[in-house]
Design a protein around this ligand. Structure first.
Ligand code: CP
Length: 308
């Protein structure tokens, strides 16, 4: 399987074989990610980190992945301190930065920005989130978490929260359809999963059910994937206030859950998971954030041609 020099833009381009290949590579990276083994696999390689939106996990786990593999990181830093503040276009920025580095990680508020960047770049673009579009490495780490902490075969999963604007759930749905997962969608009616995504994933093999409350789904599922209602994606703040706080997991909600239920969240959370849930065996979201490191190590190793 050849990932060398390939951009990673959307999960729509991935087959199940490609995903399984990356997850297997990530498993081998885990001891290095934990600092138990050292590696110079990416020695001499430089990764540019261009974030036009805030991030903690994606940015830092890409940087950690590169450093743990002996590579270097060049961070654009604050957009306000770069020439973008003088009006430089994304295309021109990419055409300049690709001369400095071996791969570029890009987060941008506009859907399609990573695809556009890949048309101007001579090095692989890794999409770290493009507006309400896709976030493919998040999906890969989500799948890795499900594989490590639950199971990908015969999976029953509920996705809850902002299913309209949530790029992590859009990407995850495409990938889960390749595994024939039973997916229950839980959201306020204003934040339903877009119809075209539902139709696409049903055509790919997923079984879909839509419900309004977590309580209707909690008894049956192996994984409950919560997401934040994203205030920053609402054109009208009044619309946000109508739906904020509608879905929340508390210890009470979990009384009916299977003992082996895992709760995932791409984070950051606002108040959709009560802190008391953190102390239950169901909480999986901090492990999930760690798994971003081995998964992004695998992706970097593959696109930079250091592993096959
Ligand atoms: N999960 C995720 O994308 O988190 P950050 O916004 O902190 O990168």
């Amino acid at each position: 399987m050849n990932f060398k020099d390939q951009p990673i833009i959307s999960m729509r381009n991935f087959s199940r074989e490609m995903i399984d290949h990356i997850l297997a590579a990530a498993e081998k990276m885990e001891p290095i990610a934990r600092g138990e083994e050292r590696s110079d696999l990416l020695s001499g390689k430089i990764l540019a980190v261009l974030f036009f939106e805030p991030s903690t996990r994606t940015r830092m786990s890409f940087e950690t992945a590169m450093l743990r593999l002996g590579g270097d990181v060049l961070n654009l830093g604050s957009v306000d301190a770069s020439s973008i503040a003088k009006g430089e276009t994304l295309a021109d920025t990419i055409r300049v930065v690709d001369g400095y580095v071996d791969a570029i990680v890009l987060r941008h508020p506009k859907e399609g920005a990573a695809h556009l960047a890949s048309e101007f770049s001579s090095v692989p673009i890794l999409n770290a989130g493009d507006g309400a579009g896709h976030h493919p490495t998040q999906t890969l780490l989500d799948l890795y978490t499900i594989k490590r902490e639950s199971h990908l075969e015969d999976l029953k999963i509920a996705l809850a929260g902002d299913l309209k604007y949530g790029r992590t759930v859009h990407s995850l749905c495409y990938a889960l359809s390749l595994y024939g997962a039973q997916i229950t969608l839980i959201s306020p009616k204003e934040l339903r999963m877009p119809e075209e995504i539902i139709n696409d994933i049903i055509a790919k093999g997923a079984k879909i059910k839509e419900v309004d409350t977590i309580e209707e789904a909690i008894k049956d599922v192996d994984v409950l994937y919560m997401t934040r209602i994203q205030k920053e994606r609402f054109p009208d703040p009044a619309e946000y206030h109508k739906v904020a706080n509608k879905l929340k997991i508390t210890a009470e909600t979990l009384k009916e859950a299977k003992p082996e239920l895992k709760i995932m969240h791409p984070l950051p959370r606002v108040n959709e998971i009560d802190n008391k849930v953190d102390d239950t065996p169901h909480a999986c979201y901090f492990k999930q954030a760690f798994y971003g490191v081995p998964v992004r190590m695998a992706v970097l190793g593959l696109v930079l041609g250091a592993i096959e």
